[in-house]
Design a protein. Structure first.
Length: 208
């Protein structure tokens, strides 16, 4: 009797037999720079997900700020991303020190399309560069300088299937764990409601 491993695809050629060829329009949508449409999308985006990797493994981190917080150079070949205060684990930044390859996906609330950028990043502590991203009198700790290698829009099917934006229009879904719930699961005895309340009161002063 065949086991599950017998149904595992082990070559790109075998994988290709499971899918149709991408449309020429899709293939030609890939560019080596951010064009005018991509620039407009990034300017409207308050949120992105950033993927990095190293010999220790992979990391995928959310980054959020005011729409347009990511700057695009005039030629569309460089992105600047300020790194604001977070949990200070800086897993993604540690990865970039070892391996500069980076993948980004930009979201705009209410839009089902997304925009993707792949490239290589370096981490800068240049004073002038950090001052460009000052908010409420506070500079970011560092700025990621990304050399763009590949950009392309991503079709809206994933967000349409998930009904992502409409699903959230009624407020927070019931039963979804809060940060306090996660802390309580890791540290029994924690009052999750009290943790969430204290965190909600503290976070406005910790964003920048």
């Amino acid at each position: 009797m065949a086991g599950p491993e017998d149904n595992t695809i082990t070559s790109v050629e075998a994988l290709a037999t499971q899918y149709a060829q991408p449309a020429e329009r899709i293939v030609k949508s890939e560019l080596d720079h951010v064009n005018a449409a991509g620039r407009a999308f990034i300017a409207a985006s308050p949120f992105l997900v950033l993927a990095t990797g190293s010999h220790k493994g992979l990391d995928c981190s959310p980054k959020r700020d005011r729409p347009g917080f990511v700057e695009v150079s005039d030629d569309g070949r460089t992105l600047l991303i300020p790194d604001r205060r977070g949990n200070n684990k800086i897993d993604g930044l540690k990865n970039l020190v070892e391996d500069p390859r980076i993948g980004l996906i930009f979201f705009v609330p209410g839009a089902n399309e997304t925009y993707r950028v792949n490239g290589r990043a370096r981490i800068s502590v240049d004073g002038d560069l950090k001052r460009r991203f000052t908010v409420n009198g506070k500079e970011p700790a560092t700025v990621m300088v990304i050399t763009v290698e590949q950009t392309f829009p991503h079709c809206p099917k994933a967000l349409v299937r998930s009904n992502l934006w409409k699903a959230s229009s009624g407020g927070r879904p019931q039963g979804v764990p809060t940060l306090g719930d996660f802390v309580a699961a890791r540290y029994p005895g924690t009052d999750s409601a009290a943790f969430d309340q204290a965190y909600s009161e503290r976070i406005p002063n910790e964003l920048y």
